[in-house]
Design a protein around this ligand. Structure first.
Ligand SMILES: C[S@@+](CC[C@H](N)C(=O)[O-])C[C@H]1O[C@@H](n2cnc3c(N)ncnc32)[C@H](O)[C@@H]1O
Length: 268
């Protein structure tokens, strides 16, 4: 008794980092580590490097990289002579502040062309037809209200411009149903046999959501993508990159993958 212990409150510090990156742990707090992971374990960077950018970028393009994350795509685009300005936009202040400048440097981009905006998917406080090309890589499926986001993108992109929803993985409906059934069966088995160490994902979160490591993302079937596009005045070109999201060495056993797919939308 009488002895005092030092009390340290780290909550303020944590608040500053309470975002997607922090949720993934310290290893993800450096742009180099994120980029290294993507290059070593996935094909996401290859798919963006191989994308035919010359088809969608005009001279002196203003590009919006919406939900830019660590900013490696911003960096690659800023290095292009046909890009004059990149607006790197994300809900995560920490990523914009800490990681985007690092990523731009890492991939040989031009930071003088980059401006960062901390904001959500929608509404986009940008003028009508003020953007030549809007790019969302591995990002559009995070939108809770995809229709609202697409409507905003169509508004801010100029006629003749393009909206690129890149590195998506649209799944056939049957594949999706197979996963859902397998996952639900695992959840039932785990709860019936009181399993704590799960052999495969399959339990319920406190808010009664079936938990899976895909949480946070919304995996859409091909028919869902089609329905979304059919409701908006856009022409759609679907491009199969021919690349699986993750390299063989990194794939979870038994996890099927659809190829990384790009949707090129042109406002009508
Ligand atoms: C999987 S990451 C993709 C990042 C980057 N585009 C890439 O290809 O590496 C998804 C990004 O979406 C952002 N995000 C999620 N929900 C958002 C929202 N409602 N508004 C804006 N950004 C959001 C996250 O902060 C995260 O950076």
């Amino acid at each position: 008794m009488g002895q005092t212990t030092e009390h340290v409150d780290v909550r303020l510090k944590q608040l500053d980092q309470a975002d997607w990156v922090a949720a993934l742990g310290d290893d993800w707090s450096s742009a180099a580590q994120v980029f290294d992971h993507l290059e070593r374990n996935s094909h996401h960077v290859d798919a963006i490097r191989e994308f035919p950018w010359e088809r969608v970028l005009a001279e002196r393009s203003t590009v919006l990289d919406l939900a830019c994350g660590s900013g490696w795509v911003t960096g690659l685009l800023s290095a292009r002579p046909d890009v004059e300005r990149v607006i790197a936009w994300d809900a995560s202040e920490a990523q914009l502040r800490e990681m985007v400048p690092q990523s731009v440097e890492l991939v040989g981009g031009d930071i003088s062309k980059v401006e960062t905006v901390c904001g959500f998917f929608a509404p986009l406080p940008l003028d009508d037809a003020s953007i030549d090309c809007a790019v969302l890589t591995s990002a559009f499926h995070h939108a809770e209200r995809p229709g609202e986001v697409l409507a905003e993108l169509i508004r801010v992109v100029r006629p003749g411009g393009a909206i690129i929803l890149a590195n998506e993985t649209p799944h056939p409906r049957v594949t999706m149903l197979r996963w859902i059934l397998g996952f639900s069966a695992a959840a039932v088995v785990n709860s019936l046999f009181d399993r704590l160490h799960l052999t495969r994902p399959g339990h319920m979160a406190a808010d009664h959501i079936l938990y899976d490591d895909r949480l946070g993302d919304r995996v859409l079937t091909m028919p869902q993508w089609r329905r979304l596009f059919s409701r908006h005045p856009v022409s759609v070109e679907m491009m199969d990159s021919g690349l699986a999201p993750y390299r063989r060495s990194f794939r979870a056993p038994g996890r099927g993958q659809s190829n990384l797919t790009h949707f090129i939308l042109r406002p009508a």
